[in-house]
Write a protein that binds this ligand. Structure first.
Ligand code: SAM
Length: 235
């Protein structure tokens, strides 16, 4: 998979060289390129923002550098581009969306700052590419970088070969293999720690009983913490 990220703070993406994503890049499963939007500015101050039409507080990202950046990225590879635009006004990011994005050949992350990117850039992109506006949650970050990092990590771990044991993807929270429930609680050695024993059933070796116990705990947790996942109301 090819990943391009465009940001005025490319240094935000240095941690992608670590851990599983870093290994996926080293193994060639992921081809990552991080671009500084200011490359596509032409004034002495490398300006990427201007005052909003209609007035009001804050600045808006100018369309020209974004237009040039996306033209240059399109010309750099024949792979079809899916433009991922992090915005609090986007679709809430879910595991299902992560799977959807993991099936694409090339993702281009457009990281907004200030009050966001001039709307015409998004409208123009929609005519040329697939565009996914994605929200990390109902709160406001300073920029699209942290949201892009989260989406990249969630997507890359789904690519074949990235997670050592692919079964762990089936059993975890929000996965279809887990009926989209929250995951059951996990335990490891020692069997007793600070007077707290691991639930007896997990030491029984009886796989059917263990599976039953885990499903019950998953259901219990989901009902308690996220009844909306079961189609129930929060009370
Ligand atoms: N004026 C925008 C609004 O009220 O919707 C918020 C702009 S925010 C300060 C700057 C940038 O941070 C956004 O353009 C977006 O890229 C990113 N951002 C902020 N909150 C986000 C969220 N919840 N999910 C995804 N991206 C977010």
């Amino acid at each position: 998979m090819r990943l391009d990220v465009v940001s005025i703070f490319p240094d935000y993406f240095a941690p992608l060289g670590l851990s599983l994503v870093g290994k996926a890049i080293a193994a060639g499963t992921v081809d990552l390129a991080v671009h500084d939007l200011r490359t596509w500015t032409h004034d002495r101050h490398h300006t990427t923002d201007d005052t909003p039409y209609g007035g009001g507080a804050g600045m808006v990202m100018k369309p020209e550098p974004w237009g040039e950046a996306l033209d240059a990225l399109e010309a750099a590879s024949p792979l079809p581009m899916t433009i991922v635009v992090p915005t609090p006004a986007g679709r809430p990011f879910t595991q299902a969306m992560a799977y959807e994005l993991a099936a694409r050949e090339r993702l281009v992350f457009a990281c907004g700052r200030y009050e966001g990117i001039d709307q015409r850039v998004i409208d123009h992109c929609r005519e040329r590419y697939d565009v996914v506006e994605v929200s990390l949650g109902d709160y406001v970050l300073n920029g699209g970088e942290v949201a892009s990092l989260a989406v990249i990590e969630a997507v890359v771990r789904l690519l074949p070969g990235v997670i050592g044991n692919p079964d762990s993807l089936l059993e975890e929270s929000h996965s279809t293999g887990n009926e989209q429930l929250l995951e059951y609680p996990n335990y490891t050695k020692p069997p007793v720690w600070r007077d707290r024993a691991v639930p007896e059933v997990l030491l029984s070796g009886n796989h059917a009983l263990i599976a039953k116990w885990r499903r019950e705990r998953a259901m219990e947790r989901t009902r308690e913490r996220r009844p909306d996942l079961l189609g129930e109301d929060f009370s």
